[in-house]
Design a protein. Structure first.
Length: 368
């Protein structure tokens, strides 16, 4: 039985409509994640030609002929090692005069090669940038994507819960040991891979927003910041929890409560039509009012999906509004150099009502 490709076909139709509205005859999609989004193909060499007349062509090389037949059964297949240029020539051969390409992906050398391929015989094809056109479609998730995100978040939640219950987050272990065990547990629970390089930051290292785990040994009284996620069906989860080992000092409880209050304000601001700058401000203003504005050094959040960081960006420099179906993070932090830091992060889905929380691990201060 062939795979149901209804969802991907509908996505191609949406891109086709964008192309037609911009006077294009076809669009050459070369970003592999965008190709996956539009076709379901998961190999390492795939290019898609979306034609406004509906006669799309998928290209790959001989290694993936069988895979393409299974994953992309509803699109004409072209097998050629130089897939991108072969599809560009194919567009010209069927009379395309304006060909869209992903300028945010194609290199300078790649563009020159496309110009040569589409200009053979003096045909005068115009190459037109469609930068981020597919990414714009990916911003709002459909029901299947949301379900994949739920499953990815559930894997991360369970992995952390199991490690905490087993006493794996304890003084005497190194950041590297904890990170590797967390990654392994997510894989055991069904993740395809970690969503990104897991952050494990203990003590003063927790004040470094994106500290890379090293041989630092966890000690009693440390903040321990864990930022990690699981990938399921290509979709990423993203969660940060900060715990205290042994005994929590008053200053640690105060900083934690401040970040928790800020994070709750950011979650509450997630609403259809909300400006991303306003969401950032709702959370950031809490920290600024407490005198720690300079210690919150990054944007509030970002979109999550086939990439761990994708649109929309939620920050003071962001642009646009939220729509139902967007998957986003809310992750304020306060980082005190030389002492320690706290970040609390959830992945959520914007809905017409309350946002749906996907990362369900408790946000109460956990003292292990």
């Amino acid at each position: 039985m062939s795979r149901d490709t209804t969802r991907e076909a509908a996505r191609r139709d949406r891109l086709r409509a964008t192309a037609a509205a911009n006077g294009l005859d076809a669009v050459l999609v070369t970003n592999l994640l965008n190709v996956r989004y539009l076709t379901g193909f998961t190999g390492s060499n795939g290019v898609l030609l979306v034609r406004t007349d509906g006669a799309d062509v998928f290209g790959t090389d001989g290694r993936y002929t069988t895979q393409a037949g299974v994953q992309v059964p509803d699109v004409e297949l072209l097998v050629d090692r130089g897939t991108e240029l072969a599809l560009a020539r194919a567009a010209v051969q069927v009379g395309a005069t304006r060909l869209g390409y992903e300028s945010h992906v194609v290199t300078v050398d790649g563009l020159r090669a496309l110009e040569r391929a589409t200009g053979e015989g003096g045909r005068g094809v115009e190459l037109v940038s469609i930068a981020q056109a597919v990414e714009a479609l990916r911003v709002v998730k459909d029901a299947g994507e949301v379900e994949a995100l739920r499953r990815a978040c559930a894997v991360a939640d369970r992995a952390l819960a199991e490690l905490a219950a087993e006493g794996a987050l304890r003084p005497g272990r190194s950041e590297l040991e904890v990170g590797r065990e967390l990654d392994a547990r997510m894989l055991t629970l069904g993740a395809e891979s970690p969503s990104f390089e897991t952050i494990v930051a203990a003590g003063a290292n927790s004040a470094i927003p994106h500290h890379r785990p090293d041989a630092t040994v966890l000690r009693d009284g440390d903040f321990l910041k864990l930022d990690f996620g699981a990938t399921v069906e290509g979709y990423h989860s993203d969660m940060t929890r900060t715990v205290v080992l042994g005994h929590a000092a008053d200053w640690q409880r105060e900083v934690y409560e401040l970040v928790a209050t800020s994070q709750a304000a950011g979650r509450a601001a997630l609403a259809v039509g909300a400006e991303v700058t306003a969401v950032d401000a709702a959370s950031r203003d809490v920290i600024v009012a407490a005198g720690h504005g300079e210690h919150f050094t990054h944007g509030l959040g970002h979109g999550v999906g086939l990439e761990i960081h994708e649109a929309p960006g939620i920050s003071a420099l962001g642009a646009g509004t939220l729509s139902a179906g967007m998957a986003v993070t809310v992750e304020p932090g306060v980082y005190l150099p030389g002492h320690g830091g706290v970040r609390i992060e959830d992945t959520l889905i914007v809905t017409d009502d309350e946002p749906e929380l996907l990362t369900l691990t408790s946000k109460e201060l956990l003292v292990l």
